[in-house]
Design a protein around this ligand. Structure first.
Ligand SMILES: C[S@@+](CC[C@H](N)C(=O)[O-])C[C@H]1O[C@@H](n2cnc3c(N)ncnc32)[C@H](O)[C@@H]1O
Length: 213
């Protein structure tokens, strides 16, 4: 199965979340040719919602819908965008699909978190590396590394904020992280200590006594 089919699966997952929300107010980072934008606009038509999308490139010709506002800007130009978004805690759904780079994802996650209502969703695209491993369906070391690091960053954010966020990972294609906002104060993320790399466990790679009966 091609990655494209998996993107359709991921769009369907987001569609199903949004169809349950009346008058959804959606924020999208990354438009390009508007594949996700058009899915979101279709839901806005059905459920009387509104979509705001941001892209560093001019994607204003993607739709002429009256339910759409396009902001032509880098999504981390917060001074500019904050003036245009105005109200905090006003969005039901945020889709992060702009610059796929872990520190950028972290930066926009923390900033736009404040714009999401309690009970609202934050969905991050491309957090699974399996399609990109050596011999995978798209053997690409760069994407394997970036997606692994983004996955780890999402885990760190979640692990430092278990009372504030819930997290589901969908492994279709290059993956989606689906987070739900449960509280309003987001802690700074802490590194997750990995005991697999301590001396005792490294030695076990060579010498692992069998457990006693
Ligand atoms: C993967 S594409 C988005 C695909 C789109 N969501 C879809 O389903 O068709 C990534 C988009 O993010 C935009 N982008 C990259 N860096 C950005 C930034 N710093 N701020 C806003 N948009 C950015 C690119 O111009 C590109 O259009």
């Amino acid at each position: 199965m091609k990655l494209w089919n998996h993107y359709e699966e991921k769009l369907e997952i987001m569609r199903n979340i949004l169809l349950d929300i009346s008058k959804p107010n959606i924020l999208e980072l990354g438009v390009q040719k508007g594949i996700s934008t058009k899915v979101f606009l279709d839901i806005c038509e059905k459920n009387n919602g509104f979509l705001t999308s941001i892209d560093i490139d001019d994607c204003s010709n993607v739709s002429s819908s009256t339910r759409w506002k396009f902001i032509h800007s880098s999504d981390d130009d917060f001074d500019n965008i904050d003036k245009k978004l105005k109200e905090k805690n006003s969005f039901d759904f945020l889709f992060i699909d702009s610059l796929h780079e872990p520190s950028h994802v972290r930066k926009v996650f923390y900033h736009y978190f404040n714009y999401i209502k309690i009970g609202g969703f934050i969905v991050v695209d491309d957090v699974v590396w399996l399609p990109y491993i050596k011999g995978g369906i798209i053997d690409r070391e760069f994407s394997e590394r970036i997606n692994r690091l983004t996955f780890n960053k999402i885990l760190e954010i979640y692990n430092s904020n278990r009372d504030v966020l819930s997290l589901d990972i969908n492994f279709s294609g290059s993956g989606l992280a689906i987070l739900k906002k449960k509280g309003s104060l987001l802690n700074k993320e802490q590194k997750i200590k990995n005991r697999l790399n301590n001396l005792k466990n490294l030695i076990k790679n060579f010498y692992a006594p069998k457990p006693k009966k």
